[in-house]
Design a protein around this ligand. Structure first.
Ligand code: UDP
Ligand code: MG
Length: 313
């Protein structure tokens, strides 16, 4: 039977979380009482996650599908692949580490049934490190300013989508992307609900400073041209100021005489401008990198195997 609801869970080295997650998830979804499927993407886990996922499939083959990646392609590509396979009318995404509470799913589903096409969760009492919480707040603020995406909590992955939004995301062909932001760019009628947040149940976060930075660059450059435009403006302002400085120095030289002091000020200004120039080049590089990834047209992810019951529709 065609599922009404699809839950999508990206999995990367979560061996100890999968069984407790599965127990809670199936309990919640059973209670909703509609046909459902849980689509796990095993994002190249190096622990026993793949094995545990097959066990879960064996327990309830009618409810479970496992997409097994050939390597680690990242959380957003894991969700992307699942979006190509899901069959439900309503699609919910959540993390595998039990930071998102499966018990919140009915809340999101109810909102979709009310007529919203995208329902984003925002976390009450976020259970992450001080650094993560504050870095997130800062990034959310910048994103809100430079993109047209209105989201309270971009990092929250407990979200629900109407079928057509998921289809749009899956066919977008985006390479390194940020699924919630992509969803908002397709949404006609989005809303948000408050959800709970728990500390990670077992294992540790897969995001270190470096991947967090990468992910946020993807978000900024993938959904906005403002970083580039800021540099045009900055270049313009700097040229104008330099021109004024030249005029000033010229007048000083004519009326006061040659100047030898102020060498270090000059160095200071030079280094600042050189730094700015390199930063600008970096930003251009980010966009060129994205263009390069798109034109290269390599597969975004490679699926080794899909474990599922016979697909009869
Ligand atoms: N994840 C993934 N591939 C990755 C990194 C993470 O599928 O390369 C999954 C991970 O297993 C988890 C979710 O994405 O289900 C969120 O990851 P994590 O909890 O490490 O992120 P955090 O909560 O620290 O932001
Ligand atoms: Mg987590």
């Amino acid at each position: 039977m065609r599922p009404y609801l699809s839950a999508v869970v990206p999995v990367y080295n979560e061996e100890d979380n999968l069984k407790p997650l599965f127990a809670r998830l199936t309990k919640v979804l059973d209670e909703i009482g509609k046909p459902y499927e849980i689509v796990f993407t095993n994002d190249g886990s190096r622990d026993r996650s793949g094995h545990v996922l097959r066990e879960l499939y064996a327990q309830r083959p009618e409810n479970v599908r496992v997409i097994d990646f050939n390597g680690n392609f990242g959380q957003h590509m894991a969700i992307m692949a699942a979006f190509e396979y899901v069959r439900g009318d309503i699609v919910v995404t959540l993390d595998a580490d039990l930071q998102n509470l499966p018990e919140d799913i009915p809340l999101l589903v109810a909102k979709i049934e009310e007529g919203f096409d995208v329902v984003g969760g925002y976390r009450r009492d976020r259970q992450d490190t001080w650094f993560r919480r504050n870095a997130s707040r800062f990034i959310n603020m910048i994103r809100a300013r430079i993109t047209r995406i209105e989201m309270r909590d971009q990092g929250c992955m407990l979200r629900a989508y109407r079928r057509h939004i998921v289809d749009n995301i899956a066919t977008s062909g985006e390479v390194s992307t940020f699924i919630p932001a992509l969803a908002y760019s397709f949404a006609a009628n989005p809303t948000e609900v408050e959800v709970s947040h728990a500390p990670r149940a077992a294992g540790h976060s897969k995001y270190h400073l470096y991947n967090l930075l990468r992910l946020n660059f993807d978000l900024m450059t993938g959904f906005s041209l403002v970083p580039l435009q800021v540099f045009t403006m900055l270049g313009f302002a700097v040229s104008l100021l330099s021109a004024l400085l030249v005029v000033y120095l010229l007048l000083q030289r004519i009326f006061v005489g040659p100047e030898v002091q102020g060498v270090f000020t000059l160095f200071g200004i030079m280094y600042f401008l050189v730094g700015l120039g390199i930063f600008g080049l970096g930003i251009i590089g980010e966009y060129i990198g994205r263009i390069y990834l798109e034109v290269r047209k390599r597969p975004r992810f490679v699926i080794r195997e899909v474990v599922q019951a016979r697909d009869d529709d």
